[in-house]
Design a protein around this ligand. Structure first.
Ligand SMILES: Nc1ncnc2c1ncn2[C@@H]1O[C@H](COP(=O)(O)OP(=O)(O)O)[C@@H](O)[C@H]1O
Ligand SMILES: [Mg+2]
Length: 432
């Protein structure tokens, strides 16, 4: 399936931007916009951002001065459909949603086909709904909204495991403590609830990507045990870390951690990343909640989890947009280049998120002048436009050297950040 943005009027008239995979598209007067409109005073520097995950396409105005218009109405956010027109200044863009199979990175489809709508049934309750498909005979797995909400609260049992209790809920699903009936071992099972009807092909692709990430073995990476699909729900079984994620740990200690504990956690996370980057993996979703910490005596052992999961989930079409709605809380950790070029991220992008995590653990605050509840569009604008607030201003008890190490991870330009996890780790070890 594919989304096309066809320019009907304005300086790029007749150009067509085609999306066969999830991506973002920035419109504005800043030179790294995808639709760069330097001479049209109507537009703000970062005017609006489209998140595309064919066949879905979400438009977000980034607090622009003159507003973003869809079919003549001013919108702050809009789910776009085939035939919608986005207007601003002299520019008019037509949204086309095209059905049909596309092999990865293949030539885009000709924009003549209309979206194919098929009937789908919820695998849990049988309720019928409509969904967009690539072909009319494609088999789609679908969970209705009510069942998704229910399964998020009470995950269904997985054969071979005895479910014990829910450990936490995140943007993609729910994590349960369970016992492996064969080995008796305690494990964590994450069940992933697709937001949209998914094809068998997408599901297989997702599982392949999970298998690739599962090959990462390191003492500071949560061990992968098993995965599968049960009643249309994908589940991932990993080692259970009997402790708390770093966010909960910080909460339990009054909002932030001591400099020593933060340095210990962050250097262990950097060890894990150094290993992963050497093997060509980028995490893409580093945050306090994805570092699981166990304490024994005065020692903290930290393990990184959810390698590449957010990206695989989105790429497979299970999440409708590149930045799933519920990621809002941690969207603030994303580096600007990841927002602009969702698929093309580098090790330095992970290091920015490590910087954000370290900042939050040291100070209990975000490095940008926004709150954890600030809207997504304001957060995105802040990521693009606001320099990070130097850590020293927020955590005066942390040494100047350590603060500079964190600040250097948070520079907007990836080339001016730490260039490797190892370099950042070594600097921290020597400073702390
Ligand atoms: N392997 C695990 N062992 C123990 N707790 C876990 C494990 N994996 C996840 N959790 C807990 O479950 C919560 C939800 O996880 P997740 O769905 O990945 O959402 P998020 O990472 O956004 O918090 C985590 O914050 C963590 O506290
Ligand atoms: Mg997680």
């Amino acid at each position: 399936m594919q989304v096309n943005l066809k320019v009907l009027a304005g300086p790029y008239k007749d150009r067509v931007f085609c999306f066969t995979q999830p991506d973002t598209f920035l419109i504005g007067r800043t030179s790294d916009s995808h639709l760069y409109l330097p001479d049209d005073r109507f537009f703000s520097r970062h005017h609006c951002l489209l998140e595309i995950s064919p066949p879905h396409c979400l438009l977000r105005d980034l607090g622009s001065t003159n507003g973003t218009f869809v079919n003549g109405s001013k919108v702050s956010e809009a789910a776009l459909e085939n035939g919608d027109k986005i207007q601003g200044g002299e520019t008019v863009l037509l949204v086309e949603v095209v059905s049909g199979e596309t092999a990865d990175n293949s030539q885009p489809l000709v924009a003549s086909a209309k979206p194919i709508i098929v009937a789908v049934q919820c695998i849990n309750c049988g309720r019928s709904e409509q969904a967009q498909a690539a072909t009319s005979d494609e088999h789609l797995t679908f969970l209705c909204e009510d069942c998704r909400a229910e399964l998020r609260n009470t995950p269904q049992p997985i054969p071979g495991y005895e479910m014990i209790r829910v450990l936490g809920r995140g943007g993609m699903g729910c994590v349960t403590l369970a016992r492996d009936q064969k080995t008796g071992r305690g494990v964590a099972i994450k069940t992933l609830l697709p937001e949209f009807a998914v094809s068998d092909k997408a599901m297989r692709r997702f599982l392949r990507e999970v298998d690739v990430a599962a090959a990462l073995k390191h003492p500071n990476i949560v061990e992968f045990i098993d995965r599968g699909v049960h009643n249309g729900v994908v589940y991932l079984v990993t080692e259970f870390v009997d402790g708390a994620d770093a966010a909960k740990l910080a909460d339990s200690r009054g909002g932030h951690l001591s400099p020593e504990d933060t340095i210990s956690i962050i250097t262990q996370a950097l060890d894990a990343l150094s290993h992963a980057h050497d093997h060509g993996y980028i995490h893409r979703d580093i945050k306090d909640q994805n570092i699981l910490v166990r304490s024994s005596g005065n020692e903290l052992s930290a393990k990184l989890t959810d390698f590449g999961l957010a990206k695989s989930f989105t790429q497979s079409g299970m999440s409708g947009v590149t930045m799933a709605g519920e990621m809002a809380g941690t969207l603030a950790y994303m580096p600007p280049e990841q927002l602009k070029n969702f698929r093309d991220v580098k090790p330095q992008s992970d290091l920015y998120a490590v910087g954000m995590t370290a900042y939050s653990l040291f100070s209990g605050k975000l490095a940008l002048n926004i709150g954890r509840k600030t809207s997504m569009s304001e957060t995105i604008k802040a990521i693009f436009e606001q320099p990070a607030i130097p850590l020293r201003e927020r955590a005066p008890e942390v040494s100047a050297t350590v603060c500079e190490i964190v600040d250097r991870a948070l520079v907007k330009n990836p080339e001016e950040r730490w260039q490797s996890a190892k370099a950042m780790r070594n600097a921290l070890m020597h400073a702390g």
